[in-house]
Design a protein around this ligand. Structure first.
Ligand SMILES: [Fe+2]
Ligand SMILES: [Fe+2]
Length: 478
């Protein structure tokens, strides 16, 4: 299903997109005005013509796939605007079959001098997302619309990468393992049931530098099952150390992250993520201490995305404990937010970018797609979390706000400090602190230096309270 979503407010568009995509598989193109909406309609119409020509000319498959699924809209949703008549007329003139759904019937009826007969349906004001969802569902059934997903048309859609060293853990192998030669060629190198041992690891990982091997996307269940049972075993133990939890959790984390890039958020993936959070919360104990966490950091190596996520989780819990918020529910929220906040990013140096200004300065280091993924990642990750039923409230909000700044210079929404929640403040400072500690070499970064360099950003509202706690912590321990 393709939907054109028109609304002046980007926040409203995001909210509607979020509500729809949490439950329905659809492609949403948005526009901030009726004029822009018409441009999008024109563009899709042009795509349709181009696609017909390409097909006639038996053009390259990739060129055809790039346009496929972008040739028509099944529905147009628009908040009532005075110039909606332009949309109505455009659809009539082009005999376009898109269903025009309009929000705010009362306003439409007040302006009866306009011919609104081209509006097919109205959705109610009170719960616009729910009533829009209901209308779209009916439309899908009536018109037998199938899900339109952009396809890349390569084998990369079928296979999932798995970090090569992880294969040792699931030996004997629970599914066939492949090596990727190109996007069009994967070759099976280990059949299911075979042992993957240290010699294999040496050969592929150490000597040939093959960092990832692959399995078929629909065969990931057994693989995840192995991580799930390892994590379950840790939960069942009466006492677990942070070190022991860290190994299991970071491996599970990286696997979830990889699989998410290629497959959707399946029940198994959600369960592994939830259990990893439980293991972490359990390993931290009731009163995690900031000082001990920073001491342990000395031997912290590994990938930036997983290591800064785990460190942020530990720091945020220690800070909330310092503020007398020792509750496992709070730890769970902060830890889950930490695990998921950058989960849609794959490039470690991209995840280390702190602001859109820094992104702009370093944009030559990244592809256009990566730049776009970074801009959208707070929204994308909070969308994903929103889909994980049984998760505590606030987690999606923390994730959405993790790049906001006290003075409104952050993103995606440029919120001022008074609109940033308390837990988000703890999270944002812990995230800054984790980044600061990981970007300094051993013994170079101290809490005192962190406060000295970052203080000016935290002198407002709830941020100030968190800062005071960090200051009292280094005064107490120095
Ligand atoms: Fe991050
Ligand atoms: Fe981030």
């Amino acid at each position: 299903m393709n939907l054109l979503l028109i609304d002046r407010e980007s926040y409203t568009r995001d909210m509607i997109r979020f509500g729809l995509q949490a439950e329905m598989d659809m492609q949403i193109i948005d526009a901030s005005s009726c004029q822009e909406g018409i441009e999008k309609l024109e563009q899709f119409k042009a795509n349709k013509k181009a696609l017909e020509l390409l097909k006639k000319a038996s053009a390259d498959e990739a060129a055809i796939l790039a346009l496929d699924g972008k040739t028509h809209f099944d529905a147009v949703f628009c908040a009532y605007e005075a110039d909606i008549l332009n949309i109505i007329n455009w659809l009539k003139e082009h005999d376009d079959k898109a269903e025009l759904i309009v929000w705010n019937k009362a306003r439409a009826e007040n302006v009866m001098e306009q011919d609104t007969s081209g509006i097919h349906t109205y959705v109610v004001d009170e719960d616009v997302v729910e009533s829009l969802k209901e209308r779209l569902r009916t439309l899908m059934v009536d018109r037998e619309i199938t899900v339109a997903r952009p396809q890349t048309g390569t084998l990369d859609d079928i296979y999932c990468p798995i970090r090569t060293p992880l294969l040792i853990r699931i030996s004997p192998l629970t599914s066939d393992i492949y090596i990727r030669l190109s996007e069009k060629k994967y070759v099976k190198i280990f059949p299911e049931g075979e042992t993957f041992d240290q010699d294999d690891l040496q050969k592929y990982y150490s000597k040939k530098g093959v960092e990832y091997l692959f399995l078929k996307k629909d065969e990931t269940s057994e693989f995840l099952g192995k991580f799930q049972s390892d994590l379950d075993a840790l939960i069942a133990k009466s006492d677990i150390t942070i070190e022991e939890a860290d190994v299991a959790v970071s491996e599970a984390y990286e696997t979830v992250q990889e699989l998410l890039q290629r497959a959707s958020l399946t029940e198994e993936l959600k369960e592994v993520a939830r259990t990893a959070v439980m293991v972490t919360v359990k390993s931290m104990g009731f009163q995690p201490e900031l000082k001990k966490i920073l001491e342990r950091l000395k031997d912290n190596k590994g990938h930036y995305i997983s290591s800064h996520s785990m460190l942020t989780a530990h720091l945020a819990c220690a800070i909330s404990a310092g503020m007398s918020w020792q509750s496992s529910a709070t730890y769970e929220k902060l830890t889950l937010a930490a695990f998921m906040h950058d989960i849609t990013l794959t490039n470690d140096s991209l995840a280390a970018v702190q602001s859109l200004d820094e992104l702009e300065e370093r944009k030559l280091e990244f592809t256009d797609e990566e730049v776009k993924a970074f801009r959208n990642h707070p929204m994308d990750a909070s969308n994903l979390v929103y889909q994980m039923k049984r998760i505590p409230a606030d987690v999606d909000v923390i994730i959405n706000q993790h790049h906001e700044r006290t003075d409104g210079s952050g993103f995606p929404r440029g919120l001022m400090h008074m609109h940033i929640g308390y837990l988000s403040c703890i999270f944002i400072i812990s995230h800054d602190l984790a980044h600061f500690m990981l970007s300094h070499k051993q013994h170079e970064g101290t809490l005192e230096e962190f406060v000295a360099t970052h203080k000016k950003h935290y002198l407002r509202g709830n941020f100030q309270k968190v800062l005071d706690l960090i200051v009292s912590e280094y005064v107490r321990t120095s």
